[in-house]
Ligand binder design. Structure first.
Ligand code: URA
Length: 248
């Protein structure tokens, strides 16, 4: 597909359209070995070799990052007051159009995907995709069999009924550590589900989306690119998801 050279370079983190325009006019950009000085020159970024200062560009239409989100940071593109997850990106990973695909509360930690691919995000979040999200939660009270049952049946909320979810106790005690697997992403979904059972979430961390697990080597606040396989893992069924067990 033919696109303007300045638009392509700007999309690849070379600066604003204006900055990129003057870069091109300076004569430091070649297309298939030929010097090009017109910002509106048409290129096919997937097929043409575009070089800046002699360095060939590795064109990426979209990028996909995994972040280990820290608490205290907003899952939003930009905010005039508060620090957002995009503020944490190292400059070499920053580019226009990035946004968090699905939000975590300010105090929630863990796996967050940041991308500029709206279709990917939409597909991941659409309830009909059935992509499961796994959370680890520390609660203010022990879990009982009735809680497990209620989660499995689909909790009755004030204005909706949750889809069936799974609950697993990882550490027993007065403040148990539990794993909740849900495939909805309503506002405060997990906190509200536990609140419906009379429990308060003291700490919440997302550890998995579909079959993509939070990389344990990624420190809080760190970001890295997702591989193609990891992107696909988001949409592959987990071994114990209902669809795999013939229930849906
Ligand atoms: N559910 C919540 O309550 N909060 C989150 O951040 C994510 C899921």
């Amino acid at each position: 597909m033919a696109e303007r050279l300045d638009k392509v370079l700007s999309s690849q983190n070379f600066g604003s359209r204006k900055e990129v325009g003057s870069l091109i006019r300076k004569g430091v950009v070649t297309v298939n070995g030929e010097l090009v000085k017109q910002p509106d020159y048409k290129v096919n970024p997937e097929a043409d070799t575009i070089s800046v200062h002699g360095k060939p560009l590795f064109f990426e239409r979209f990028v996909y990052y995994m972040m280990n989100k820290p608490g205290g940071v907003l899952s939003a593109a930009r905010d005039s007051q508060a620090e957002t997850v995009l503020d944490l990106l190292p400059p070499e990973l920053a580019r226009r159009g990035l946004f968090p695909a699905g939000r975590l509360d300010k105090d929630t930690e863990g796996l967050l995907i940041i991308t500029d691919d709206g279709d990917f995000s939409h597909r991941m979040l659409a309830p009909k995709s059935g992509v499961e999200k796994v959370y680890h939660a520390v609660l203010d009270a022990p879990i009982e069999a009735a809680d497990m049952e209620a989660f499995a049946q689909g909790l009755e909320m004030k204005d909706w009924t949750c889809l069936p979810a799974r609950l697993r106790v990882l550490e027993e005690g007065e403040n148990p550590l539990v794993e909740a697997t849900v495939c909805e992403g309503k506002f405060h979904q997990v906190k509200r589900m536990f609140a419906a059972r009379g429990k308060t979430v003291l700490f919440l961390k997302r550890v998995k989306i579909g079959n993509l697990e939070l990389d344990p080597s990624l420190k809080t606040g760190e970001v890295r690119k997702l591989s193609f396989q990891e992107r696909q893992a988001v949409f592959s069924r987990t071994p114990d998801s209902p669809a795999e067990q013939g229930e849906g």
